[in-house]
Design a protein. Structure first.
Ligand code: NDP
Ligand SMILES: O=C(O)C1=N[C@H](C(=O)O)C[C@H](O)C1
Length: 258
């Protein structure tokens, strides 16, 4: 039995993660932490306001769904206490990732940073990477619920990074835009100038189109998470396998072998 804690336990993802862990036969939810509403209960566990609850409960692994500012403090703390970290929090900078690599190093605690735990999203990113060398135009449109605080999404930034890396030095079709009537109309320019557009819409959960173009043709890869349950199999798999993956791993792909 892995002893699991959840950080951000009162949030949308944290609540779903507590229930998923509590419902798994081979995992035990032993601690729930959130700065919001200590005194609440999730998955049968009283929510604490302090990271110390993870050490007191002798967690093997902590699942983190908070915000980058909180995770920047929590993850090195987990590394220092020899507790594995599985984080789905988004909004990391390259400098943050370097800090995490040095915090976890080759120590006993391992870290997984997964921008998206849905298998459909993991495959969407992989398919985009495969398509990238064959087209000279690529744009990403991500669609999320109206409570999301970071933009573009972590999934979109990782997708753009992977498309740019897969395309290497091959030139992109030039963008002819000289003037935007509404600033930002062409979206944000990501790596290699790949345009990323963010939609925030009441009623949505998490969705993405990756659109590729070449002379006379286009390819759209579409991924939809209609419900937060889409992320839970990936979260549970990460808890079960993290002990086999030392250091800091980015993306669930490695764990899934895709
Ligand atoms: N990788 C994946 O598959 C997915 C990743 N995400 C990411 O997960 C993160 C959380 O998303 P979501 O659940 O929708 O967000 P929520 O705002 O619903 O939940 C975040 C929770 O973390 C709490 N929190 C914030 N700061 C701290 C802190 N310093 N210490 C302890 N708790 C804190 C918040 O409290 P308060 O309300 O007081 O701020 C809140 O309860 C986001 O970064 C999102 O992008 C989301 C879905 C899937
Ligand atoms: O905030 C969300 O909801 C989501 N965040 C992640 C991201 O930024 O990519 C994953 C998923 O898109 C849902």
């Amino acid at each position: 039995m892995m002893r699991v804690g959840v950080h951000g336990a009162v949030g949308r993802m944290g609540t779903a993660a507590c229930e998923a862990v509590a419902g798994a036969d081979d995992l035990e939810l032993v601690a729930a932490v959130d700065r919001a509403a200590p005194g609440e209960e999730r998955g049968g566990i009283a929510v604490s306001g302090e990271l110390k609850a993870f050490a007191d409960a002798e967690c093997d692994v902590v699942v983190d769904f908070t915000v980058a500012d909180a995770a920047r403090v929590a993850l090195p703390w987990l590394a220092m206490h020899g507790i594995h970290a599985v984080t789905g929090t988004t909004g990391w900078s390259d400098a943050d990732l370097d800090e995490l690599r040095s915090a976890f190093g080759d120590g006993p605690a391992h870290c997984l940073i997964a921008p998206n735990f849905a298998i459909s999203a993991v495959l969407m990113m992989r398919f985009a990477e495969l398509a990238a060398p064959h087209f000279d135009t690529a744009e990403i449109i991500e669609y999320h619920h109206d409570r999301k605080v970071d933009a573009p999404s972590g999934t979109a930034t990782v997708t753009a990074d992977r498309i740019a890396a897969a395309r290497g030095d091959a030139p992109w079709n030039p963008d002819p835009t000289e003037h935007e009537v509404y600033p930002g109309a062409r979206g944000g320019a990501g790596p290699g100038g790949i345009r990323v557009h963010g939609v925030r819409m009441h009623g949505m959960v998490a969705h993405q189109d990756v659109i590729f173009g070449a002379e006379g043709q286009s390819l759209t890869i579409r991924q939809d998470s209609y419900d937060r349950s889409s992320f839970m199999p990936g979260v549970l798999l990460a808890c079960r396998r993290i002990a086999d993956h030392p250091g800091v791993v980015i993306g669930l792909d490695t764990y899934l072998g895709v």
